[in-house]
Design a protein around this ligand. Structure first.
Ligand code: C2E
Ligand code: CA
Ligand code: CA
Ligand code: CA
Length: 275
């Protein structure tokens, strides 16, 4: 029994080890990623559900490591957040996205994801102002996406930060809406310009009447609170039609377009502008 116990312990220990090793490897390699230009941005279109015109693009970070290959932002963003590296990475994304978007038609906004640490940093406001000014990007073309997990962490300073960002003239979207614990109380406490309905509610929209009821209610809620509303993860024509009929303003998902590198995204814009 003793040997058994020891083996079990060793097994548990070594798998824990592997996870911890991967984590510290990523943290270490991430330090070079910005400098060695391993990071890039993909752009995913959002279209107006009625006109079907592209109205926005979300900047999604990509990391291709020379030996580890493609590493998902879902894996490395939380690590960067904990290690503090998100500051440098997040600034790079914001500046690069504003620069790329500056040459697009004025009717197309750029949406950039903000992690909690970035949002809570005192450097955020000057960073945003500089990114707009240096690229001649009007503030109304920038949208910042924040998640409910950010709002869960603290209440200190959030209202002030949201207000000063709004005063610049940009828009703030609440991302992954519906996945947190107190989504509704955040809507009462803070001002958002837009809600993004999480893709988990969209994926079974056609088959699950509960999801459909929730999506319908969120769309109505957004309208009553004078916010715009987007659905993410739209993959089928059935989902698109249903969302359009329910009055959802914007649609994002593989059906409309996958995230693409800048050159291919701009080609997509040209292909979809004249009709
Ligand atoms: P998110 O902000 O919720 O972004 C949407 C994710 O859904 C993206 O995954 C996108 O590629 C994926 N997606 C879009 N349409 C569809 C669809 O039709 N079906 C399915 N199954 N998926 C779809 P991605 O690019 O892997 O990013 C994952 C997460 O990483 C993002 O979730 C966001 O939280 C984070 N992230 C990405 N870029 C950044 C960044 O620059 N800064 C920060 N702080 N976080 C980022
Ligand atoms: Ca997002
Ligand atoms: Ca999202
Ligand atoms: Ca998400």
């Amino acid at each position: 029994a003793k040997a058994d116990g020891r083996n079990r312990y060793r097994f548990f220990d070594s798998s824990l080890d592997a996870a911890a090793r991967r984590r510290s490897l990523i943290e270490q390699e991430l330090a070079l990623a910005v400098a060695e230009e391993q990071l890039s941005i993909n752009y995913q279109p959002l279209i107006d559900a009625q006109s079907r015109k592209v109205v926005c693009a979300e900047a999604l970070l990509r990391w291709t490591h020379p030996t580890l290959g493609v590493i998902s932002p879902a894996e490395f963003i939380p690590i960067a957040e904990e290690s503090g590296q998100i500051g440098a990475i997040g600034s790079w994304v914001l500046r690069q996205a504003c620069k790329d978007a500056a040459s697009w038609p004025d009717s197309i906004r750029i949406a950039v994801n903000l992690s909690s640490r970035q949002f809570l940093s005192p450097g955020l406001l000057p960073l945003v102002e500089t990114a707009l000014r240096q690229n001649d990007l009007p503030a109304h073309r920038l949208e910042l996406e924040v998640t409910e997990s950010l709002l869960m962490e603290t209440t200190i300073g959030i209202e002030e930060t949201l207000a000063s960002l709004s005063r610049l003239g940009l828009r703030i979207a609440l991302d992954d809406f519906g996945t947190g614990f107190s989504s509704l109380s955040y809507l009462r406490r803070y001002h958002f310009d837009k809600l993004k309905i999480d893709q988990s509610f969209i994926s079974d929209l056609e088959t699950n009447s509960d999801s459909r009821a929730i999506v319908e209610a969120v769309i109505k809620l957004a309208r009553d609170l004078r916010m715009s509303v987007a659905a993410e993860g739209v993959e089928t024509n059935g989902q698109f039609e249903l969302l359009r009929q329910l009055g959802c303003g914007e649609i994002q998902g593989y059906l409309v377009g996958r995230p693409k590198p800048l050159d291919r995204f701009e080609q997509y814009l040209r292909d979809n502008s004249t009709s």
